[in-house]
Design a protein around this ligand. Structure first.
Ligand SMILES: Cc1ncc(COP(=O)(O)O)c(C=O)c1O
Length: 360
């Protein structure tokens, strides 16, 4: 019995050719050789239609750098708790205070009404996560940001290819952070990117490029200066070369994910499941079941891998607080994620749906 994986990057000959080219160039780091990183930034910029894009080596690096652009020391950042822990870690890393808001039960994205209750004089940033690829309510969240002079930084790790009101995610918030981790819709060995939409995008882009490489600036040959702290966050040429190939296929790959999600949505009998929305990238598909442990075990026995996204961040020792997030906590006990990757065959899909309906 072959296993149906939860995540699986879709590759063909083109990735091999792209990799070989970089390998043979002998220039593997960013900024030299074939210039794949810059090419990737330019192509992704065109794809999402923002003002500027800065490639980095992970979604985590993108979040850390994005938050480092606004002095959030002892300031509050509002985010959902139902996310990967990197979303909140980036706030701590920058000396900020995470404030977890509850989610909308329909989309599992952060609820603007819950956000507004948490806004205080100390709030500086709102950090929504486009959960599973469904866009957060950017209209309401942008209004809150504007009215309270806060910045909008989006965690778009799941949302490469998602649209919101006919514009691609990446073209809305001040800074939008993508992950190109191998499980993501646009897969690289490791990679991330910050998309910039603020008016001062030229300045921000310049600083981000310095920060992604140890703060190095004004480089002339072997001579350079350092004015700000920076890290080794730059994307390498192999990742960018694969990313260029994956970007060309992204619409096609996401269309396959949408087809899978549509079939889940139509044929899974459970009431509590991810809604179908043609503008969603469907990084995964979530359902909610009461008997989760047994349910996952039965699927696993039949070769179907499932996931749990996520254990809520506010329940981790590092983040433990007295806050109550009733919807997040309820969902977290029931959520199961199903595969949507483009390597799923029709047979796999029929098997998953049949098994889910049998054991849920
Ligand atoms: C919602 C979310 N944010 C941030 C990240 C971090 O991205 P990376 O793994 O590329 O560092 C991930 C990755 O899993 C994620 O799912």
């Amino acid at each position: 019995m072959s296993k149906i994986k939860l995540f699986d990057p879709s590759i063909n000959k083109s990735e091999y050719i792209a990799l070989k080219k970089v390998l043979q160039s002998h220039f593997w780091a960013s900024g030299i050789g074939n210039g794949e990183v810059e090419k990737f930034e330019n192509k992704f910029l065109k794809y999402i239609n923002s003002k500027s894009c800065v490639a980095v080596n992970s979604g985590t690096a993108a979040l850390n750098l994005a938050l480092s652009m606004y002095d959030i020391r002892n300031k509050e950042v509002i985010l959902p708790s139902l996310s990967f822990v990197a979303t909140a870690n980036a706030i701590l890393e920058n000396g900020g205070i995470p404030k977890f808001a509850d989610i909308d039960e329909n989309t599992l994205c952060v609820d603007p009404k819950k956000i507004s209750k948490l806004i205080s004089k100390k709030t500086k940033v709102i950090l929504p996560v486009h959960f599973g690829g469904i866009s957060s309510d950017l209209t309401e969240i942008s209004k809150l940001c504007k009215n309270n002079k806060m910045k909008l930084i989006e965690d778009a790790a799941h949302a490469a290819g998602t649209s919101y009101k006919n514009n691609k995610i990446g073209s809305h918030g001040d800074l939008v952070c993508f992950s190109f981790h191998p499980v993501k819709n646009l897969a690289m060995p490791t990679g991330g990117l910050i998309s910039i939409n603020s008016k001062d995008y030229k300045k921000i882009s310049k600083i981000l490029k310095e920060k992604r490489w140890c703060g190095i600036t004004n480089r002339k040959g072997v001579n350079y200066d350092v004015k700000t702290i920076g890290w080794n966050y730059y994307m390498n040429e192999f990742s960018a070369a694969i990313g260029l190939v994956q970007l060309k296929k992204l619409t096609e790959l996401n269309n396959k994910r949408k087809k899978i999600a549509k079939k889940y949505s139509n044929e899974i009998l459970l009431e509590n499941k991810m809604p179908f929305d043609n503008s969603c990238s469907y990084h995964f598909y979530w359902i909610r079941v009461k008997n989760r442990e047994k349910f996952r075990e039965e699927l696993s026995k039949r070769g179907i891998e499932t996931g749990i996204h996520y254990k809520p961040i506010h329940t981790f020792t590092l983040y433990k607080s007295k806050i109550k997030l009733p919807i997040t906590e309820r969902v977290a006990k029931e959520i199961v994620t199903l595969p949507t990757h483009p390597n799923i065959t029709k047979r796999d899909l029929d098997k998953i749906i049949k098994t889910v309906n049998k054991f849920s």
